[in-house]
Design a protein around this ligand. Structure first.
Ligand code: ADP
Ligand code: ADP
Length: 229
């Protein structure tokens, strides 16, 4: 069973069609990189998968199950699919640890002590075990983004979505976040990444998908994609 299956996806913002008949099948363990010009629908596509956007046509299946607007379905998807945004989106008034345990406690119903254990485990994984009691503003951008990755992992998701995770970072911090993503990829995580980092794509992607004007216009393995014409 594919991890994610999109069929005939249609997304409209009012009279503007942002996604046009998008089909995409992502197998478990696959790493997909989505690229394409600004405004081509990359962000919309992954936001639809996580049900941050309502769709107007087509179907989304996660682990073979079609998504609906039913709040139970939305909650189930949020548990199975982790998302990392361009702007870290950490809660500024909460410590790193509190940011990490919120999802497991509120969404997954994990007891606090266990949630804290899980959080420490993943903060270690992203190599910031010492920062648990600090606040986001006390961390560098690269560290904050690694916390955002750890926070998503604390839900033990089956799929991770990344929406330009390094675009808001100072250049010297890009690699520490990409390295974390590379670690995750080598652990076998299913990943869909919107990114302009072609070195990352080349190293990690099983397939590179190119979008333009709301459509997937090209799909290649990275070797073909980066071959000079
Ligand atoms: P990308 O991620 O490729 O830059 P987006 O998915 O963010 O593209 O946007 C695709 C198109 O949809 C753009 O033209 C954008 O302006 C439009 N769009 C995105 N979000 C909204 C919204 N909430 N309301 C109206 N139009 C939107
Ligand atoms: P990105 O390219 O990273 O997706 P954008 O700048 O396109 O970022 O969008 C930032 C936010 O503004 C998103 O929440 C998006 O949905 C919203 N947005 C984008 N374009 C429009 C638009 N034309 N009208 C209304 N909201 C928009």
């Amino acid at each position: 069973l594919p991890a994610i299956e999109l069929q005939g996806l249609e997304k409209w913002y009012g009279a503007f069609q942002a996604l046009k008949n998008v089909d995409l099948t992502v197998q478990s363990g696959e790493k997909i990189v989505i690229c394409g010009p600004s405004g081509s629908g990359k962000s919309t596509l992954i936001r639809c998968i996580n049900q941050l956007e309502e769709i107007q046509g087509g179907t989304i299946r996660v682990d073979g199950k079609a998504l609906t607007n039913d709040p139970k379905s939305v909650r189930a998807v949020r548990r199975e699919i982790g998302m990392v945004f361009q702007q870290f989106n950490l809660f500024p008034h909460m410590t790193i640890l509190e940011n990490c345990i919120l999802g497991p406690i509120k969404v997954a119903g994990v007891p606090r002590a266990e949630a804290e254990e899980i959080a420490h485990e993943y903060l270690k994984r992203v190599r910031i075990p010492e920062q648990a009691n600090k606040y986001p503003a006390q961390l560098s951008g690269g560290q904050q983004q690694r916390v955002a990755i750890a926070r998503a992992l604390c839900m033990r998701p089956k799929v991770m979505l990344f929406d330009e995770p390094t675009s808001a970072l100072d250049p010297e911090m890009v690699n520490e976040v990409l390295d974390t993503m590379i670690d995750l990829a080598s652990d076998g995580m299913t990943m869909i990444c919107v990114t302009h980092e072609m070195g990352f794509a080349r190293k990690v992607a099983d397939r590179v998908i190119f979008m333009d004007h709301g459509e997937i216009i090209e799909e290649n393995d990275p070797e073909q994609f980066f071959e000079a014409p």
